[in-house]
Write a protein that binds this ligand. Structure first.
Ligand code: TRP
Ligand code: SF4
Length: 400
């Protein structure tokens, strides 16, 4: 069993490009080998801003899953699913909304930012205001320990931690908590129990964060503890009540350094992208026509690589030998720009070969993709239902 559970979501708003690949997707692909991973298509999130254009979502959900699979996200390692196919997210969102102060939502920085940026849309909606809370539900329902996100999303994770804390504070108190926690400690056996007590002491008396991490790892290894006892012991470490919803940590994904065709950051809104599944012809044409150092008007004019967006691509796609060939050839006008671009084209095509191969397999057999998502939704739903049972019960809603 893994000690950590990683969860991340992506909005289905268009074909993924090489910026996504070198930023988010490569990170997911690395993580899937190291930890338990859940990755989902945030289709409800897309509706918070595209409610007037459901076509966007309909067209992009499956395409995005194919992009993930083509990039190398492995359904045998990670669980892939679609948010709306696990409707418990909505139930948790509703229940959390009961005690979420409006001010907390209004203060989330993306709220005002996006409203100001997307002026062509009316975003004075209940759904848009509540979208960080929906994200909290996405995370908390899986008791995720880590959430890989970009910098812009870090406030949402912080918000989620506050929601979890408030939830545990409101609903985590039970009669006889201390006695139950002490009894649970004994169930671990005397050696582990002593270790737990020692770590708890170190944390509570000295504020030693490494002790709490070690204690979490210890608890995660205790297969024999019931879920309830485990929650008690998590809560007891910090002194409070039961931890029913775990506080997640942001796992900051470094901003993609992938330059676009014009030297700016690659982004759909700049129209400077190469998509993950760009055809070989179109890729070649895009690179061959991309701008170079404007000083090189004629083939005989020397240039400066640092002033050229092609050079930025060589940083990612070429080894040292090719890079010095470019440096020397450019400043001495020894090579032409088309010649200089060829190694970039070659490495990009090479990078895309396995991607294209996998994409072909999935586009030719859409039922493969459906089955992967069906399996993933089923797995995710079991985890979500488990949390919801506890949540309903402490909120007075269990009727069986
Ligand atoms: N809000 C995220 C974005 O716009 C997507 C998202 C939704 C998400 N739910 C999530 C990311 C849960 C991480 C965890 O990019
Ligand atoms: Fe850019 Fe290469 Fe042309 Fe120099 S030779 S300007 S680096 S494309």
């Amino acid at each position: 069993m893994y000690a950590n559970r990683i969860l991340s979501g992506m909005r289905p708003t268009g074909n993924l490009h090489l910026g996504h690949f070198h930023g988010v997707l490569k990170n997911w692909i690395k993580l899937q080998h190291e930890q338990e991973c859940l990755f989902f298509v945030a289709d409800w999130h897309a509706l918070t801003t595209h409610y007037d254009n459901p076509e966007v979502i309909r067209n992009n959900v499956w395409e995005m899953v194919v992009d993930w699979l083509a990039a190398g996200v492995d359904p045998d390692l990670a669980t892939l699913f679609i948010q709306s196919q696990v409707p418990e997210h909505a139930e948790l969102h509703l229940l959390l909304s009961m005690f979420t102060p409006l001010g907390w939502l209004e203060r989330v920085p993306t709220y005002k930012d996006q409203q100001e940026k997307l002026t062509e849309k009316d975003l004075s909606t209940y759904g848009f205001l509540g979208y960080p809370l929906l994200q909290s539900a996405d995370i908390l329902i899986y008791r995720a320990s880590h959430v890989p996100v970009g910098e812009d999303q870090v406030p949402h994770i912080e918000f989620t931690r506050e929601i979890a804390r408030r939830f545990n504070h409101l609903y985590g108190r039970e009669a006889g908590f201390e006695q139950k926690a002490e009894a649970a400690i004994k169930k671990m056996g005397s050696k582990k129990a002593r270790l737990y007590e020692e770590l708890r002491m170190r944390y509570q008396q000295d504020g030693d964060e490494s002790a709490i991490e070690a204690a979490h790892a210890l608890l995660n290894e205790q297969q024999s503890l019931s879920l309830g006892d485990r929650e008690r012991l998590f809560g007891y470490l910090e002194g409070g009540g039961k931890v029913i919803l775990a506080e997640p940590q942001a796992l900051l994904t470094e901003a993609s350094k992938m330059p676009g065709l014009d030297g700016q950051k690659m982004s759909k809104s700049y129209q400077n992208t190469i998509t993950l599944r760009e055809s070989a012809d179109s890729l070649t044409k895009k690179i061959r026509t991309m701008p170079t150092d404007p000083a090189r008007v004629r083939r005989t004019d020397p240039g400066t690589p640092e002033k050229c967006p092609v050079w930025a691509l060589h940083q990612i796609y070429s080894d040292q030998a090719i890079r010095s060939w470019v440096q020397n050839g450019c400043v001495s006008a020894g090579i032409g720009c088309l010649e200089c671009k060829q190694p970039v084209i070659d490495s990009m095509l090479k990078e895309q070969e396995p991607i294209r191969e996998r994409a072909r397999m999935y586009t030719e057999n859409p039922s493969l993709v459906r089955n992967i998502i069906d399996d993933g939704c089923e797995k995710a739903r079991l985890l979500a239902c488990d949390t919801m049972r506890d949540v309903r019960s402490v909120m007075g809603l269990s009727y069986d």
